[in-house]
Design a protein. Structure first.
Length: 138
């Protein structure tokens, strides 16, 4: 019988209650989920535990979501990972919008989250979804 590979997501958010709620919801949908409370800890975790997608808050202490995304895009080992930013700001910072595959405005519904994750998640581990391409992947 074929083995199904669980998709993995790293949630980076300093709001523990929200991060825990998201982790439990995604685990129920059979995602493998890791948590980090800031971007620096998220980067450290990625060295030990590769993921298929990063879901990060924008404003956090130590290293925020923009700094995390900048570091990931500069890293040969991590630049392929899709990054979804969560923010309560009315607009994403225009200069940094190229760093993110999608932006979720807080508050968002579970349906909005799942739709966004499915749109950004690559078809196979190690690939990056290219919006607008015929098969969606590179």
């Amino acid at each position: 019988m074929p083995t199904t590979i669980r998709r993995s997501i790293l949630i980076v958010d300093d709001e523990f209650g929200l991060a825990e709620m998201l982790r439990e919801m995604l685990r129920e949908l059979d995602y493998d989920v890791a948590l980090a409370i800031n971007g620096r800890l998220g980067l450290e975790l990625l060295v030990e535990r590769p993921v298929d997608l990063v879901l990060t808050d924008m404003m956090m202490p130590v290293m925020d979501g923009v700094e995390l995304a900048t570091a990931l895009r500069a890293s040969e080992a991590h630049r392929h990972i899709p990054i979804v930013m969560m923010t309560s700001l009315p607009t994403a910072p225009p200069r940094e919008s190229h760093l993110f595959d999608a932006v979720l405005r807080k508050p968002f519904t579970p349906e909005q989250l799942l739709k966004t994750l499915q749109a950004c998640m690559p078809a196979a581990p190690g690939q990056r979804r290219i919006p607008g391409s015929p098969d969606g992947d590179k």
